[in-house]
Write a protein that binds this ligand. Structure first.
Ligand code: NAD
Length: 368
Protein backbone atom coordinates (compact mmCIF):
# COMPACT_ATOMS: atom_id res chain seq x y z
CA UNK A 1 0.00 0.00 0.00
CA UNK A 2 1.24 3.52 -0.82
CA UNK A 3 2.42 5.70 2.04
CA UNK A 4 0.02 8.43 3.17
CA UNK A 5 0.77 11.70 1.38
CA UNK A 6 1.55 15.02 2.99
CA UNK A 7 2.08 18.38 1.27
CA UNK A 8 4.28 20.79 3.22
CA UNK A 9 3.84 24.50 2.57
CA UNK A 10 6.28 26.22 4.92
CA UNK A 11 5.49 29.76 3.75
CA UNK A 12 7.18 32.90 5.08
CA UNK A 13 9.03 34.30 8.09
CA UNK A 14 9.38 31.71 10.85
CA UNK A 15 7.24 29.26 8.80
CA UNK A 16 10.26 27.50 7.23
CA UNK A 17 12.16 27.57 10.55
CA UNK A 18 9.48 25.81 12.56
CA UNK A 19 8.67 23.47 9.67
CA UNK A 20 12.30 22.33 9.59
CA UNK A 21 11.76 20.81 13.04
CA UNK A 22 8.46 19.21 11.95
CA UNK A 23 10.31 17.57 9.04
CA UNK A 24 12.76 16.05 11.52
CA UNK A 25 9.83 14.71 13.56
CA UNK A 26 8.19 13.28 10.41
CA UNK A 27 11.52 11.63 9.55
CA UNK A 28 11.68 10.15 13.05
CA UNK A 29 8.28 8.47 12.68
CA UNK A 30 9.36 7.00 9.32
CA UNK A 31 12.60 5.68 10.73
CA UNK A 32 11.59 4.56 14.21
CA UNK A 33 7.87 3.78 13.96
CA UNK A 34 7.65 2.42 10.44
CA UNK A 35 5.27 5.25 9.65
CA UNK A 36 6.61 6.74 6.43
CA UNK A 37 4.93 9.58 4.59
CA UNK A 38 5.14 10.53 0.96
CA UNK A 39 6.15 14.15 1.60
CA UNK A 40 6.16 16.85 -1.07
CA UNK A 41 6.98 20.51 -0.53
CA UNK A 42 5.88 23.67 -2.26
CA UNK A 43 5.55 27.43 -1.86
CA UNK A 44 2.74 29.51 -0.43
CA UNK A 45 2.23 33.16 0.51
CA UNK A 46 5.01 35.67 -0.07
CA UNK A 47 7.46 32.92 -1.06
CA UNK A 48 5.08 31.80 -3.84
CA UNK A 49 4.54 35.41 -4.90
CA UNK A 50 8.30 35.94 -5.19
CA UNK A 51 8.65 32.83 -7.38
CA UNK A 52 5.45 32.94 -9.45
CA UNK A 53 3.77 36.34 -8.94
CA UNK A 54 0.86 34.64 -7.15
CA UNK A 55 0.51 33.57 -3.48
CA UNK A 56 -0.62 30.09 -4.55
CA UNK A 57 0.26 28.52 -7.89
CA UNK A 58 -2.48 26.48 -9.60
CA UNK A 59 -0.24 23.40 -9.54
CA UNK A 60 0.15 23.75 -5.76
CA UNK A 61 -3.62 24.07 -5.37
CA UNK A 62 -4.12 20.93 -7.47
CA UNK A 63 -1.59 19.04 -5.36
CA UNK A 64 -3.32 20.18 -2.15
CA UNK A 65 -6.54 18.63 -3.42
CA UNK A 66 -4.80 15.32 -4.15
CA UNK A 67 -2.86 14.70 -0.94
CA UNK A 68 -4.14 13.19 2.31
CA UNK A 69 -3.22 16.28 4.32
CA UNK A 70 -1.58 19.69 3.96
CA UNK A 71 0.75 21.06 6.63
CA UNK A 72 1.26 24.83 6.50
CA UNK A 73 3.76 27.05 8.37
CA UNK A 74 2.75 30.71 8.18
CA UNK A 75 2.33 33.39 5.52
CA UNK A 76 2.90 37.13 5.32
CA UNK A 77 5.42 39.74 6.33
CA UNK A 78 6.19 43.45 5.98
CA UNK A 79 7.85 42.93 2.59
CA UNK A 80 4.41 42.14 1.14
CA UNK A 81 2.33 44.77 2.95
CA UNK A 82 2.03 47.05 -0.09
CA UNK A 83 1.00 44.35 -2.57
CA UNK A 84 -2.39 44.51 -4.20
CA UNK A 85 -5.08 42.78 -2.10
CA UNK A 86 -5.55 40.10 -4.78
CA UNK A 87 -1.97 38.82 -4.45
CA UNK A 88 -1.34 39.34 -0.75
CA UNK A 89 0.20 36.27 0.96
CA UNK A 90 -3.00 35.65 2.99
CA UNK A 91 -4.91 35.17 -0.28
CA UNK A 92 -2.96 31.94 -0.81
CA UNK A 93 -4.18 30.57 2.49
CA UNK A 94 -7.75 31.72 1.87
CA UNK A 95 -7.74 30.05 -1.53
CA UNK A 96 -6.60 26.78 0.03
CA UNK A 97 -9.36 26.93 2.64
CA UNK A 98 -12.01 27.81 0.06
CA UNK A 99 -11.13 25.30 -2.67
CA UNK A 100 -10.56 22.50 -0.16
CA UNK A 101 -13.95 23.48 1.32
CA UNK A 102 -12.64 23.40 4.88
CA UNK A 103 -15.77 24.20 6.86
CA UNK A 104 -14.77 22.77 10.24
CA UNK A 105 -12.02 24.53 12.17
CA UNK A 106 -10.53 22.70 15.16
CA UNK A 107 -8.68 24.70 17.77
CA UNK A 108 -7.53 22.77 20.82
CA UNK A 109 -6.82 24.55 24.07
CA UNK A 110 -4.50 22.27 25.95
CA UNK A 111 -2.59 23.35 29.00
CA UNK A 112 0.69 21.59 29.57
CA UNK A 113 1.26 21.29 33.31
CA UNK A 114 4.71 22.85 33.10
CA UNK A 115 3.23 25.99 31.55
CA UNK A 116 0.18 26.39 33.78
CA UNK A 117 1.75 29.49 35.33
CA UNK A 118 1.58 31.19 31.93
CA UNK A 119 -2.18 31.43 32.01
CA UNK A 120 -3.84 34.57 33.27
CA UNK A 121 -6.13 32.26 35.26
CA UNK A 122 -5.29 30.44 38.48
CA UNK A 123 -3.12 27.37 37.98
CA UNK A 124 -5.69 24.90 39.35
CA UNK A 125 -8.34 26.24 36.93
CA UNK A 126 -6.22 25.46 33.85
CA UNK A 127 -3.73 22.72 34.81
CA UNK A 128 -4.49 19.62 32.73
CA UNK A 129 -7.01 21.49 30.57
CA UNK A 130 -7.70 19.77 27.24
CA UNK A 131 -10.64 21.10 25.26
CA UNK A 132 -11.38 21.41 21.55
CA UNK A 133 -13.37 24.15 19.88
CA UNK A 134 -15.02 23.21 16.59
CA UNK A 135 -15.86 26.38 14.71
CA UNK A 136 -17.92 26.54 11.51
CA UNK A 137 -15.58 28.32 9.12
CA UNK A 138 -17.18 29.01 5.76
CA UNK A 139 -20.63 30.46 6.45
CA UNK A 140 -22.53 32.56 8.98
CA UNK A 141 -22.33 36.30 9.48
CA UNK A 142 -18.91 36.72 7.81
CA UNK A 143 -20.36 35.52 4.50
CA UNK A 144 -24.15 36.06 4.65
CA UNK A 145 -25.93 38.41 2.21
CA UNK A 146 -27.06 41.17 2.24
CA UNK A 147 -23.94 42.82 3.56
CA UNK A 148 -22.54 46.30 3.11
CA UNK A 149 -22.89 49.92 4.15
CA UNK A 150 -26.05 51.46 2.70
CA UNK A 151 -27.75 54.88 2.69
CA UNK A 152 -30.99 54.86 4.65
CA UNK A 153 -32.77 58.20 4.87
CA UNK A 154 -30.20 60.74 5.95
CA UNK A 155 -27.75 58.31 7.51
CA UNK A 156 -25.77 55.19 6.64
CA UNK A 157 -26.45 51.72 7.92
CA UNK A 158 -23.97 48.85 8.20
CA UNK A 159 -25.46 45.42 7.52
CA UNK A 160 -24.22 41.86 7.94
CA UNK A 161 -26.42 38.82 7.82
CA UNK A 162 -26.19 35.75 9.99
CA UNK A 163 -27.29 32.92 7.70
CA UNK A 164 -27.03 29.17 8.10
CA UNK A 165 -28.61 26.43 6.02
CA UNK A 166 -29.57 23.13 7.61
CA UNK A 167 -26.94 21.42 5.48
CA UNK A 168 -24.17 23.71 6.73
CA UNK A 169 -25.12 23.06 10.36
CA UNK A 170 -25.53 19.34 9.76
CA UNK A 171 -22.05 18.84 8.30
CA UNK A 172 -20.17 20.76 10.98
CA UNK A 173 -22.19 19.00 13.70
CA UNK A 174 -21.14 15.64 12.24
CA UNK A 175 -17.55 16.78 12.22
CA UNK A 176 -17.79 17.65 15.95
CA UNK A 177 -19.51 14.36 16.82
CA UNK A 178 -16.93 12.31 14.91
CA UNK A 179 -14.22 14.16 16.79
CA UNK A 180 -15.95 13.63 20.13
CA UNK A 181 -16.01 9.88 19.49
CA UNK A 182 -12.20 9.96 19.50
CA UNK A 183 -12.21 11.93 22.75
CA UNK A 184 -14.63 11.79 25.69
CA UNK A 185 -17.86 11.52 23.68
CA UNK A 186 -19.12 14.84 25.05
CA UNK A 187 -20.16 17.88 22.97
CA UNK A 188 -21.48 21.26 24.11
CA UNK A 189 -23.09 23.26 21.29
CA UNK A 190 -23.17 27.05 21.70
CA UNK A 191 -25.44 29.60 20.00
CA UNK A 192 -27.90 32.32 20.98
CA UNK A 193 -31.19 30.48 20.41
CA UNK A 194 -32.78 32.84 22.95
CA UNK A 195 -32.47 35.84 20.60
CA UNK A 196 -31.50 34.58 17.11
CA UNK A 197 -33.55 32.46 14.70
CA UNK A 198 -30.33 31.10 13.19
CA UNK A 199 -29.54 29.93 16.73
CA UNK A 200 -32.90 28.15 17.02
CA UNK A 201 -32.26 26.31 13.75
CA UNK A 202 -28.68 25.55 14.83
CA UNK A 203 -29.89 23.97 18.07
CA UNK A 204 -32.61 21.94 16.31
CA UNK A 205 -30.33 20.57 13.60
CA UNK A 206 -27.48 19.72 15.97
CA UNK A 207 -29.90 17.86 18.25
CA UNK A 208 -31.43 16.00 15.29
CA UNK A 209 -28.05 14.87 13.92
CA UNK A 210 -27.12 13.62 17.37
CA UNK A 211 -30.43 11.79 17.92
CA UNK A 212 -30.37 10.21 14.47
CA UNK A 213 -26.77 9.20 13.97
CA UNK A 214 -24.77 9.81 17.16
CA UNK A 215 -26.89 8.54 20.09
CA UNK A 216 -23.67 7.59 21.91
CA UNK A 217 -22.66 11.26 22.18
CA UNK A 218 -23.61 13.25 25.26
CA UNK A 219 -24.86 16.56 23.82
CA UNK A 220 -25.64 19.72 25.76
CA UNK A 221 -26.57 23.22 24.57
CA UNK A 222 -25.48 26.53 26.03
CA UNK A 223 -25.99 30.19 25.09
CA UNK A 224 -22.71 31.49 23.73
CA UNK A 225 -22.46 34.39 26.19
CA UNK A 226 -22.78 31.97 29.10
CA UNK A 227 -20.26 29.75 27.28
CA UNK A 228 -17.71 32.58 27.28
CA UNK A 229 -18.26 33.06 31.00
CA UNK A 230 -17.98 29.35 31.74
CA UNK A 231 -14.78 29.12 29.69
CA UNK A 232 -12.98 31.48 32.02
CA UNK A 233 -14.78 30.31 35.17
CA UNK A 234 -14.43 26.53 34.88
CA UNK A 235 -13.03 25.52 31.47
CA UNK A 236 -12.42 21.90 32.45
CA UNK A 237 -16.18 21.19 32.39
CA UNK A 238 -15.93 21.13 28.55
CA UNK A 239 -14.48 18.65 26.11
CA UNK A 240 -15.67 19.45 22.55
CA UNK A 241 -17.38 22.81 22.01
CA UNK A 242 -19.31 23.17 18.73
CA UNK A 243 -20.18 26.66 17.58
CA UNK A 244 -20.71 28.94 14.57
CA UNK A 245 -18.26 31.16 12.74
CA UNK A 246 -18.67 34.37 14.73
CA UNK A 247 -18.98 32.90 18.21
CA UNK A 248 -16.23 30.42 17.35
CA UNK A 249 -13.89 33.22 16.36
CA UNK A 250 -14.26 34.82 19.77
CA UNK A 251 -14.55 31.70 21.93
CA UNK A 252 -11.53 29.99 20.34
CA UNK A 253 -9.27 33.00 20.93
CA UNK A 254 -10.53 33.20 24.49
CA UNK A 255 -9.92 29.47 25.06
CA UNK A 256 -6.51 29.63 23.41
CA UNK A 257 -5.32 32.29 25.77
CA UNK A 258 -6.20 30.09 28.73
CA UNK A 259 -3.07 28.19 27.85
CA UNK A 260 -0.45 30.93 27.50
CA UNK A 261 1.80 31.34 24.47
CA UNK A 262 0.93 31.69 20.80
CA UNK A 263 3.94 29.50 20.04
CA UNK A 264 2.07 26.52 21.54
CA UNK A 265 -1.22 26.58 19.62
CA UNK A 266 -1.97 24.19 16.74
CA UNK A 267 -5.09 24.07 14.55
CA UNK A 268 -6.77 21.93 11.94
CA UNK A 269 -9.32 22.77 9.27
CA UNK A 270 -11.34 19.86 7.91
CA UNK A 271 -13.70 19.39 4.99
CA UNK A 272 -16.07 16.64 3.93
CA UNK A 273 -14.91 13.03 4.12
CA UNK A 274 -13.31 12.04 0.79
CA UNK A 275 -13.74 8.74 -1.08
CA UNK A 276 -10.50 7.65 0.60
CA UNK A 277 -12.14 8.09 4.02
CA UNK A 278 -10.69 10.92 6.12
CA UNK A 279 -11.72 14.47 5.27
CA UNK A 280 -9.67 16.98 3.31
CA UNK A 281 -7.46 18.62 5.90
CA UNK A 282 -5.11 21.53 6.47
CA UNK A 283 -3.02 21.67 9.65
CA UNK A 284 -1.26 24.85 10.74
CA UNK A 285 -0.08 26.66 13.84
CA UNK A 286 -2.33 29.51 14.97
CA UNK A 287 0.55 31.99 14.95
CA UNK A 288 1.69 34.08 11.99
CA UNK A 289 5.09 34.54 10.36
CA UNK A 290 6.49 36.54 13.32
CA UNK A 291 8.71 38.89 11.28
CA UNK A 292 10.10 40.38 14.51
CA UNK A 293 11.99 37.16 15.29
CA UNK A 294 12.26 35.53 11.83
CA UNK A 295 15.72 34.29 10.84
CA UNK A 296 17.06 34.39 14.41
CA UNK A 297 16.44 30.80 15.48
CA UNK A 298 14.20 32.00 18.30
CA UNK A 299 10.81 30.67 17.14
CA UNK A 300 9.02 28.04 19.16
CA UNK A 301 8.37 25.07 16.85
CA UNK A 302 5.87 23.38 19.21
CA UNK A 303 2.66 24.84 17.68
CA UNK A 304 3.70 23.49 14.28
CA UNK A 305 4.80 20.13 15.70
CA UNK A 306 1.47 19.84 17.57
CA UNK A 307 -0.27 20.58 14.26
CA UNK A 308 1.47 17.51 12.85
CA UNK A 309 0.28 15.55 15.92
CA UNK A 310 -3.27 16.59 15.00
CA UNK A 311 -2.64 15.32 11.46
CA UNK A 312 -1.49 11.98 12.87
CA UNK A 313 -4.69 11.72 14.88
CA UNK A 314 -7.34 13.11 12.53
CA UNK A 315 -6.01 12.33 9.03
CA UNK A 316 -3.91 9.23 9.56
CA UNK A 317 -5.75 7.44 12.38
CA UNK A 318 -2.56 7.28 14.45
CA UNK A 319 -3.93 8.46 17.77
CA UNK A 320 -1.36 6.49 19.77
CA UNK A 321 1.53 8.03 17.85
CA UNK A 322 -0.03 11.50 18.22
CA UNK A 323 -0.21 10.88 21.98
CA UNK A 324 3.44 9.75 21.94
CA UNK A 325 4.45 13.04 20.29
CA UNK A 326 2.36 15.14 22.68
CA UNK A 327 3.82 13.26 25.64
CA UNK A 328 7.35 13.95 24.32
CA UNK A 329 6.53 17.66 24.25
CA UNK A 330 5.06 17.47 27.75
CA UNK A 331 8.30 15.78 28.90
CA UNK A 332 10.69 18.38 27.47
CA UNK A 333 8.62 21.19 28.95
CA UNK A 334 8.54 19.47 32.33
CA UNK A 335 12.33 19.13 32.11
CA UNK A 336 12.57 22.89 31.65
CA UNK A 337 13.23 23.30 27.91
CA UNK A 338 12.03 26.78 26.95
CA UNK A 339 12.26 28.85 23.79
CA UNK A 340 12.34 32.62 24.37
CA UNK A 341 8.55 33.02 24.22
CA UNK A 342 8.17 30.56 27.12
CA UNK A 343 10.59 32.29 29.48
CA UNK A 344 8.66 33.11 32.63
CA UNK A 345 9.46 35.37 35.53
CA UNK A 346 11.92 32.76 36.87
CA UNK A 347 14.37 33.64 34.05
CA UNK A 348 16.93 31.19 32.66
CA UNK A 349 18.51 30.75 29.25
CA UNK A 350 16.22 30.19 26.28
CA UNK A 351 17.02 27.47 23.78
CA UNK A 352 16.86 27.84 20.00
CA UNK A 353 14.27 26.48 17.57
CA UNK A 354 16.61 23.64 16.57
CA UNK A 355 17.50 22.85 20.19
CA UNK A 356 13.80 22.49 20.99
CA UNK A 357 13.61 20.11 18.02
CA UNK A 358 16.63 18.17 19.41
CA UNK A 359 14.97 17.91 22.83
CA UNK A 360 11.68 16.63 21.40
CA UNK A 361 13.47 14.05 19.23
CA UNK A 362 15.40 12.96 22.33
CA UNK A 363 12.17 12.51 24.27
CA UNK A 364 10.68 10.56 21.36
CA UNK A 365 13.72 8.25 21.37
CA UNK A 366 13.30 7.80 25.12
CA UNK A 367 9.63 6.83 24.59
CA UNK A 368 10.61 3.66 22.67
P1 NAD B 1 2.34 36.67 14.72
O1 NAD B 1 1.59 35.51 15.20
O2 NAD B 1 3.23 36.45 13.55
O3 NAD B 1 3.22 37.26 15.90
C1 NAD B 1 2.67 37.83 17.10
C2 NAD B 1 3.75 37.80 18.22
O4 NAD B 1 3.93 36.46 18.68
C3 NAD B 1 5.12 38.27 17.74
O5 NAD B 1 5.76 38.98 18.78
C4 NAD B 1 5.86 36.98 17.47
O6 NAD B 1 7.27 37.09 17.62
C5 NAD B 1 5.27 36.04 18.51
N1 NAD B 1 5.24 34.66 18.00
C6 NAD B 1 4.38 34.15 17.06
N2 NAD B 1 4.66 32.87 16.82
C7 NAD B 1 5.71 32.55 17.61
C8 NAD B 1 6.47 31.37 17.79
N3 NAD B 1 6.21 30.23 17.11
N4 NAD B 1 7.51 31.38 18.65
C9 NAD B 1 7.79 32.50 19.36
N5 NAD B 1 7.11 33.66 19.23
C10 NAD B 1 6.08 33.68 18.36
O7 NAD B 1 1.28 37.81 14.39
P2 NAD B 1 1.51 39.26 13.73
O8 NAD B 1 2.80 39.85 14.20
O9 NAD B 1 0.25 39.98 13.94
O10 NAD B 1 1.61 38.98 12.15
C11 NAD B 1 2.85 38.85 11.44
C12 NAD B 1 2.55 38.43 10.02
O11 NAD B 1 1.93 37.12 10.03
C13 NAD B 1 1.56 39.35 9.30
O12 NAD B 1 1.96 39.46 7.96
C14 NAD B 1 0.24 38.60 9.40
O13 NAD B 1 -0.63 38.93 8.36
C15 NAD B 1 0.70 37.18 9.31
N6 NAD B 1 -0.20 36.19 9.92
C16 NAD B 1 -0.31 35.00 9.28
C17 NAD B 1 -1.08 34.00 9.84
C18 NAD B 1 -1.11 32.67 9.14
O14 NAD B 1 -0.26 32.40 8.32
N7 NAD B 1 -2.05 31.81 9.45
C19 NAD B 1 -1.73 34.19 11.05
C20 NAD B 1 -1.59 35.42 11.70
C21 NAD B 1 -0.81 36.41 11.12
Amino acid sequence: MANPSLLILAGDGIGPEVMEQVKRVIGWFGEKRDLAFDVSEDLVGGAAYDAHGTPLHDDTMARALEVDAVLLGAVGGPKYDDLDFSVKPERGLLRLRKEMDLFSNLRPAQCFDALADFSSLKKDVVAGLDIMIVRELTSGVYFGEPRGIFEEGNERVGINTQRYTEGEIDRVARSAFELARRRSGKVCSMEKANVMESGILWREVVQKVRDTDYPDIELSHMYADNGAMQLVRAPKQFDVILTDNLFGDILSDCAAMLTGSLGMLPSASLGKPTEKGPPRALYEPVHGSAPDIAGQGKANPIACILSFAMALRYSFDQGDEAARLEAAIETVLAEGARTADLMGAEGGTPISTAEMGDAILGALDASL
